[in-house]
Write a protein that binds this ligand. Sequence first.
Ligand code: PEP
Ligand code: MN
Length: 367
Amino acid sequence: MIIVLKPNVRPAQRDRILQIVHDFGYKTHLSRGEHRTIIGVIGDEEKLRTLPLEALPGVEKVMAVLKPYKLASRDFHHADSVVNVNGVEVGGRAVAVIAGPCAIESMDVLRTTAAAVKRLGAGLLRGGAFKPRTSPYSFQGLGEDGLKMLRDAGDEFELPVVTEVMDTRDVALVERYTDVFQIGARNMQNFNLLSEIGRAKKPVILKRGMAATVTELLLSAEYILTRGNKNVILCERGIKSFEDSVRNMADLSAIPNVQSVSHLPILFDPSHSTGRRELVIPMSRAAVAAGAAGLLVDVHPHPERAKCDGPQALLPEDFAKLMADVRAVAAALGRGLAAPVASARVRPRARARAPRESSPARKRKRA
Ligand code: PEP
Ligand code: MN
């Protein structure tokens, strides 16, 4: 930590700052320039961060030397982390494509979508049962009934499944059905939810908040990692900007940016980051070229009838084109596509079925 003193700092103020820092058990190194005095503080930087040093008279600025996150940092774990999602590796050389409807609407839509994306080479199936909607009048998701449909479709087409959890009270329920949790953009800083997922056993996809910096995303990941869950996958899904012709501004630089400081895999969501079907394929190509660990893509057989996010959903035939392009870009970079390893599926079909009785959480949701 470096403390920069004000140009007009009085010697008594400077000595008081030094005294306070020493009293906390730190060593200091004083550097007197022509115009400025700088104090280098040596010791546990994390603890030091919690002290309100900037409030001391004579202090202009306090600067951290180390990154504020530890377990998420490449300094802590140098090699890229690979997260195994029920037999599909996310974060290795292969590009993991996760596809499916934004929301689980019916078994029919889900099965049609799952069959198509599986045939076209997707590695995982997505679908939301608990939907974070801006309006309380919009479709909120099917809850546990939707989770059952997702599990059944995943088992039938041998695709691990991804679904969002929004509430700490639903973590155990969602964990019974899903292979990987999703924490959505709106909950990236729901610290209780992050801690609860940190204690869960299944991996998690943590989406970047729409107004969050990369450092804030990594600090949210740190909440999960420090609670013991090491299987964290990040996802860039666009951030707010002044541009109003797209739903969000796709920050593709976040991919190499995160990779330069963190070992965690990072996906790209071309659907929520653009909001427009015609932008999904070009942005997917760009994300794979930028080094994304994979894609999270909305696909729907009848986008005009979708209950959620139809304008950004690809038709299965569009998804075929996306996969052809992604394969080509990946191949140019010596990468392939991630696919379920048949023998690695930990949950055989018969055992995958979750208990049919409705849970207390579901009863509460219905109440
Ligand atoms: C989603 O993927 O279904 C979703 C709601 O995305 P986000 O949290 O990024 O808005
Ligand atoms: Mn959506």
